[in-house]
Design a protein around this ligand. Sequence first.
Ligand code: NAP
Length: 251
Amino acid sequence: MGEFAGKTIFITGASRGIGASSAREFAEAGGNVVLLARSGALINDLAADIGPSALAITCDVSRYSDVETAMHTAVAKFGSLDVVINNAGVIEPISALATSDPDAWGQAIDINLKGVYYGMRAAMPIMQAAGGGTILTISSGAAHTALEGWSHYCASKAGAAMLTRCAHLEGAGKGIRALGLSPGTVATEMQREIKASAINPVSLMDWEDHIPPAWVAKALIWMCTPDADEFLGQEIALRDEDIRARLELAS
Ligand code: NAP
């Protein structure tokens, strides 16, 4: 029996990258994992691979009804909602602000910012009624630094970081543990898209400089423990040497 036995972990963007790695690690730690993404075939395959403790639900986080229905399905199946990981995100459309497509720009906000709000909005009543829960949101250095071609991404991540603070302000007294995680750069499909754009310093980084998704999963698992309580309402940076030492991750 692992440390997450009997707990339900709801992970958006679980079809690949950080979300898929986290699903495997939380399942390994004994949790029931609920896998959300638009790519139904990928999350079905991952759930089949993990076994009966995994449930795949096709979901577009930019649609509130999808998120709310998925959460209720998860509770009906596993009996609780203990951790929500707002991980789903997109980097496209990479484009200069002055020439960006307004509809595509807005779609990124719908996913990266409104998707996080939808996750919190649907989870908080369930968690508060149950006495508490943990809401982790994947942030980015782009929440605090402007980068060329990323106005949609920077704006959405800055908004999502503020939502963590809001969820903490309103939820801490009701048992909600809200934290953000800025992972640094991670070797996933998103970094391939960034590299192909060649638009800003992140796209020029060497692939070897990106950390593996499993490191992010390890951090997320740790953030569910009381050891991380000193960071409630805040954002943890995985580039931080002290955090890496605490998690026993190589520098
Ligand atoms: P990734 O490999 O591109 O995975 C993104 C995931 O989000 C996929 O599972 C994708 O699944 C899902 N997703 C996208 N739009 C969605 C939607 N509308 N509804 C539901 N799911 C959706 O990227 P990643 O690197 O793992 O990124 C995960 C998170 O980490 C993102 O929030 C990203 O901004 C953040 N982050 C990444 C890095 C990095 O260096 N990689 C750095 C900082 C922060 P479908 O396409 O199947 O829906």
